[in-house]
Write a new protein. Structure first.
Length: 117
């Protein structure tokens, strides 16, 4: 994805998208974007984003878990949170309406209320 496509995919609120896209493209911003992409690739790629053995581990988690998902998440499909809830016996699903991939950023008050319950 281009930086613009990534921003549009991360957020549901068009005001946030337009505000971020209106930021001047400085060398510092480009550097930060590259560092973020590099870190994501290094830390979250295989096997974490795709781990065929994950189901054999998730069911072993026996403490309460909160899964907070943006209803309009365009980065990770809804089928994942449904599968996580199936594999995590004590999972509580919280779907944040009118929200994309980043509930803590896009709906911070609602996110904090969910996490602090």
């Amino acid at each position: 994805m281009s930086p613009e496509e990534a921003i549009r995919a991360l957020y549901h609120d068009p005001k946030i998208v337009e505000t971020l896209l209106a930021l001047p493209v400085t060398p510092e911003l480009v550097d930060m974007q590259l560092k973020n992409r590099h870190t994501t690739a290094r830390l979250a790629w295989e096997p974490r984003f795709h781990d065929p053995h994950l189901p054999k581990w998730l069911h072993r988690i026996d403490v309460p878990v909160k899964i907070v998902w943006g209803e309009q998440d365009k980065i990770i499909s809804r089928c994942f949170y449904k599968e996580f809830s199936r594999l995590l016996p004590k999972a509580a699903i919280h779907v944040v309406k009118n929200c994309g991939h980043l509930p803590p950023v896009e709906k911070p008050d609602e996110f904090v209320a969910i996490v602090c319950k």
